[in-house]
Write a new protein. Structure first.
Length: 206
């Protein structure tokens, strides 16, 4: 072969390799920029001894552009509500790895309560709204199951529960309705959006 042609061939091959490399690199860079993101908000309750059922049931609810539920529940839920809504953005990879299963940050009036126990407490308080209120405070604490949680914060949680028991007992004696779940239902737009406790269902992104 003519040596000139050989040089030209080598040059052409070189240029092709360079372009391919460049293109591959470009491909690697683009997904981060264009990856679909799930943006939304999450309702985070504040646990106080007076926390209402609306707060407990809507805690963790996710809503926003990418969700079936587009709007926040009507806040505040009631006179004691200290719920906040926290914005979040997840990449599709994070969603794939379960980011949407995040149950939401629990804040509480128990100083220094670790998230793990805040979550448990929120869960138990929610479940207990549908159980009859025990007459005695120690029965209420037993019902909550705190003694099995194996935490040094047990005394603080029990103190919280005894305050809650006193509060609920008073409401019951007054014939008040504060602990019913209908706090939201007067103002909401459609029946679907007013169901507290449907938070989990509404967490599937659309
Ligand atoms: Zn609330």
């Amino acid at each position: 072969m003519n040596p000139v042609w050989s040089v030209v061939l080598v040059l052409v091959a070189f240029v092709i390799i360079l372009r391919l490399k460049h293109r591959r690199k470009g491909h690697k860079d683009t997904p981060a920029k264009y990856a679909p993101r799930i943006e939304g908000f999450q309702v985070c309750a504040f646990l106080s001894p007076q926390v209402g059922a609306g707060c407990l049931f809507d805690h963790g609810m996710q809503y926003g552009k990418g969700f079936r539920r587009k709007v926040s529940p009507a806040l505040p839920h009631d006179e004691h509500c200290q719920c906040t809504t926290i914005p979040f953005v997840h990449t599709s990879t994070e969603v794939f790895h379960g980011a949407l299963r995040n149950t939401g940050v629990v804040r509480s009036s128990i100083e220094g309560l670790p998230q793990e126990f805040g979550q448990r407490l929120a869960e138990r308080l929610k479940e207990m709204t549908s159980q009859p209120l025990p007459e005695k405070v120690n029965e209420y604490i037993t019902l909550a199951g705190v003694t099995d949680w194996d935490t040094p914060m047990e005394p603080q949680i029990e103190q919280f529960l005894s305050e809650r028991h006193a509060y609920l007992t008073k409401i019951q004696a007054d014939g008040g309705q504060t602990q019913t779940v209908d706090g939201n239902q007067q103002e909401s737009e459609t029946p679907e959006q007013t169901q507290p406790g449907s938070a989990a269902k509404e967490n599937d992104p659309r």
